[in-house]
Design a protein around this ligand. Structure first.
Ligand SMILES: Nc1ncnc2c1ncn2[C@@H]1O[C@H](COP(=O)(O)OP(=O)(O)OP(=O)(O)O)[C@@H](O)[C@H]1O
Length: 322
């Protein structure tokens, strides 16, 4: 029998809302999470995606015991999260991109000391773990700085270190890279990859950034109005979504529109055709084949490939499931 890290069945959460004005007596019920069955094994890395309001945060809150389910069952690290929230806290690290768990007026280092005491980590273990995290997340230069003076990228790295100080088996990240610059995103992703590889940590993350999913997750769960509409591999997601990639082509001279190339759609031209965008179906053709066809018609100077963005993938999955 596998000991699942996350195990939910029929997990449902409803919210009751009162109407406004004359409608105050009228109540409506909204199902934010609807009969969710989710099994996550040790060491898995799962991306949890969906449109705004799809139910991701509500699920996470039930997984960590902040919210009680309306019905269904949930066990996180084998523990009933709501009943034994404190015991669970020893095994789970949570990072909410929009909220801080650090002490705003204290230097970063002191927040770490307090957290080590809360988790009752033995002195030597706490020291070696903080040294490891400080090195890997490159925190040295601002350890003595009060949290409120940190840049967003610095603060997020400190948040992640704080959440992982006690070496949790499960790390849940809610929008960890939101608002971060490219370099900070990259550092954070690399850190999480190393952490997982070296400690077998299980990851569950919500994001609106396809790059996070591609770099960090092997499995993706897509939720729509609280219901799981896709649960499978990352490759399968792109296939299920039929997502297209886009070639951005720059030419030496003005070039007539590149229409009629098999399995491509001409999306538009700029600067008299010196820059054109061509979407291609990666199930049917390859970038190399498309480029060969383009090369016969015009002299290519530069090119880049744009991946489908996450909103686009989610929209296509929704359309296919309705
Ligand atoms: N405390 C609450 N009271 C009433 N409704 C709520 C509450 N929390 C969430 N909801 C509603 O439940 C639905 C799901 O919200 P949730 O925050 O889980 O979505 P989400 O997928 O995390 O969205 P986002 O990507 O915007 O964070 C939304 O319609 C939201 O308005």
């Amino acid at each position: 029998m596998v000991d699942y890290i996350i195990e939910t069945d029929g997990l449902t959460r409803e919210f009751t809302r009162r109407g406004k004005g004359r409608e105050t007596l009228r109540k409506t019920t909204l199902r934010a999470v609807d009969e969710l069955r989710l099994l996550v094994g040790p060491g898995e890395s799962v991306g949890y995606i969906g449109a705004n309001g799809a139910g991701k945060s509500t699920t996470i809150k039930m997984l960590v015991g902040i919210l009680v389910p309306t019905s269904g069952t949930v066990r996180t690290c084998g523990i009933d999260p709501h009943r034994e929230r404190r015991r669970l806290a020893a095994q789970v690290g949570v990072v909410f991109g929009q909220r801080s768990q650090l002490w705003w007026d204290l230097p970063v280092r002191e927040s770490f000391d307090i957290l080590a005491a809360i988790h009752q980590l033995p002195g030597a273990a706490a020291r070696s773990r903080s040294t490891e995290l400080i090195e890997q997340l490159e925190l040295t230069e601002f350890l003595a700085t009060p949290v409120r003076q940190l840049s967003l990228g610095q603060r997020m790295r400190a948040e992640v270190a704080a959440a992982l100080l006690h070496r949790p088996r499960l790390v849940i990240l809610d929008e960890p890279t939101i608002g971060l610059d490219v370099l900070s995103k990259q550092r954070l992703r690399e850190f999480l990859i190393t952490e997982r590889r070296e400690h077998g940590t299980t990851l569950l993350l919500t994001t609106h950034d396809m790059g996070d999913i591609e770099r960090l997750c092997e499995r993706v769960l897509v939720v729509d109005h609280g219901r799981a509409v896709y649960d499978g591999s990352l490759d399968g997601l792109a296939r299920a979504a039929g997502a297209e990639r886009t070639l951005v082509l720059d030419f030496a001279d003005a070039t007539p529109d590149l229409t009629g190339i098999p399995h491509t759609t001409h999306l538009g031209s700029e600067v008299a055709g010196a820059r054109q965008r061509l979407a291609f179906d990666s199930e049917m053709t390859t970038a190399a084949t498309v480029l060969a066809a383009v090369g016969e018609r015009a002299q290519l100077r530069d090119l880049s490939i744009e991946e489908p963005d996450i909103e686009d993938v989610v929209r296509r999955i929704y359309r296919a499931s309705r």
